[in-house]
Structures are given as C-alpha cells and as structure tokens.
Design a protein around this ligand. Structure first.
Ligand code: 5GP
Ligand code: ZN
Length: 109
C-alpha cells in the first residue's frame, strides 16, 4: 500500500486540514512555503495523467474549500501537481500541492 493510502487509512499520522468522504487535505511534512498542504483523493490513482474527470470535478470543489479553510482564498496560492519522472513526482498517489501564505514567486528556469 502506498504512503498516502496509509495516511488515508490513518496508519501513518498526518496533520489534517480538511477531510470528507472522498478527499483528504493535510500539511506537507516538509513545507516549502508558509502554507504547504497536500490534497489527495482517498481512492488511489497513480497520477493526474490516469485520473478521471468525475473525481477531478469533485476535487475542484474540495480544493476551493481547503483554500477557504486555510484563509488563503482571497490572497491567492499556487496549485501544482507533479506527474511522473520528468514532472518530479516522488509519491505515486495523485496529489495537488497547495502553496501560499506568502508570495510564492515566479516559475523560473
Ligand atoms: P511530489 O514530489 O510527489 O509531488 O511530492 C510529494 C510530497 O509529499 C513532498 O512535498 C513530501 O514532502 C510529501 N511527503 C512525503 N511523505 C510524506 C508523509 O509521510 N507525510 C506528509 N505529510 N507529507 C509527505
Ligand atoms: Zn495510494
């Protein structure tokens, strides 16, 4: 079972921001910004590339709710999902990074 499935099952503890029947939001163990939260579906998909539009529609609403919960919906934030090797994905369970709480800076090469 993957590490994020274990977090879903509470076999590994996490600092939860918001949870419902289908999704979980928790603080990243190694935050890169003042706010760094991971949002995952409870059902396992390897990445965004192999998810389906039904779950993504519901996940959109959940992520918006997480931003409100964190009080960064007005100030703004960056939403990232890394996909596969070139994308730099380390955990093979679909997740969105929600980073903010400060200016996150430009995407630079
Ligand atoms: P990726 O590189 O796959 O897009 O991001 C994986 C993220 O998961 C990283 O930011 C890493 O810090 C975070 N992470 C890895 N293991 C754990 C864990 O056990 N608990 C939490 N809360 N975050 C984790
Ligand atoms: Zn998983």
């Amino acid at each position: 079972m993957c590490i994020f499935c274990k977090i879903v099952n509470k076999e590994i503890p996490s600092n939860i921001v918001l949870e419902d029947e289908n999704f979980l939001a928790f603080h990243d163990i190694n935050p890169t910004r003042k706010v760094h939260v991971l949002v995952i579906p409870k059902i396992h998909f390897d990445s965004f590339q192999v998810t389906n539009s039904d779950i993504m529609r519901d996940m959109t609403k959940f992520i918006q709710q997480v931003a409100i919960e964190l009080n960064i919906d007005k100030s703004g934030y960056r939403l990232i999902t890394n996909i596969g090797n070139d994308g730099g994905q380390e955990v093979s369970h679909l997740h969105f990074h929600l980073i903010g709480g400060e200016k996150v800076g430009r995407l630079v090469r």
